[in-house]
Design a protein around this ligand. Structure first.
Ligand code: ADP
Ligand code: MG
Length: 260
């Protein structure tokens, strides 16, 4: 029985010599008869930014959903901040408290203002008093450049603004790691930068991040490591300069020739 690490009170500084924030060991996932993750092993260290790339259908979303306990695995091991996630997912709640997730579709509540979207988790899950939750939410909305938009509803915000609210909402739960699944793929080009800038700032603040993205500029600048997936396998892991200059696998080369 692993002992749970207490959730840090908002601390995001990289811990030197600490245990890995995420351990995936020989992770297998089937959807029915379809073998979607075929023995994926990956570690993410505290404070590290890892970018996952790979063709559509290669299992990127499924992999990060398993780390957030949104999908059970059938074989292997996942440990998030010391919390062991076996095939039976008995520690879902403990893990969800550690992990913030940002999706391609922002998934904001349309009938709630930006501020209310951000305070929802702290009030209902953390049981914080409203005033304390609103204080934090205003701080976070300012951090993502939306101090003046707190009272607006999602429909009154651009896609880029909505995604920044979604990031603030995830941060409001004071996660130890942030997972991003193609956070800019649904955005118009002129809005991509404002979201990537927020993610850059988050990385610089020491947040541990696992990011599925095809934004090469972001990956080059911000990632400590690129992980390349294909057909449910992790084919290659390399620092960005090496991955983009000379990927080891033919499939990675083919993929890069399509996105570069
Ligand atoms: P990626 O994010 O790299 O595009 P996904 O993880 O979404 O890949 O999908 C990997 C494979 O798993 C695909 O073949 C996809 O069709 C399949 N898949 C994903 N989610 C489900 C599901 N809920 N039920 C059945 N098959 C799924
Ligand atoms: Mg996906």
């Amino acid at each position: 029985g692993g002992s749970a690490t207490p959730a840090a009170a908002g601390g995001t500084a990289p811990a030197i010599g600490a245990q890995p924030m995420v351990i995936c060991e020989d992770v297998h996932k089937w959807f029915g008869a379809v073998h979607v993750l075929k023995g994926v092993s990956l570690q993410v260290q505290p404070g590290e930014v890892v970018v996952i790339m790979g063709p559509s259908g290669s299992g990127k979303s499924t992999l990060i959903r398993t780390i957030n306990a949104l999908e059970p695995i059938q074989r292997g091991r996942i440990v998030v901040d010391g919390i062991e996630l076996g095939p039976d997912l008995h520690r879902i709640e403990a893990v969800r408290r550690e992990v913030g997730m940002v999706f391609q579709q922002f998934n904001l509540f349309p009938h709630l203002t930006a501020l209310q979207n951000v305070t929802l988790g702290p009030i209902w899950v953390r049981k914080w008093p409203r005033r304390r939750a609103e204080e934090l939410a205003r701080e976070l909305l300012a951090r993502v450049g939306l101090a003046d938009h707190a009272h607006k509803y999602p429909a009154q915000l651009s896609g880029g603004q909505q995604q920044r609210v979604a990031i603030a909402r995830a941060l409001a739960m004071q996660p130890r790691i942030m997972l991003f699944d193609e956070p800019t793929s649904a955005l118009d080009p002129e809005m991509i930068k404002e979201v990537l800038d927020v993610m850059r700032e988050l990385a610089a603040s020491g947040m541990t991040m696992l990011v599925v993205t095809h934004e090469v500029g972001f990956a080059r600048e911000v990632a400590d490591r690129i992980v390349f997936m294909d057909e449910g396998m992790l084919l290659e892991e390399a620092p960005p300069d090496r991955f983009f200059r000379e990927p080891a696998h033919e499939r990675a080369r083919r993929f890069l020739s399509q996105i570069l």
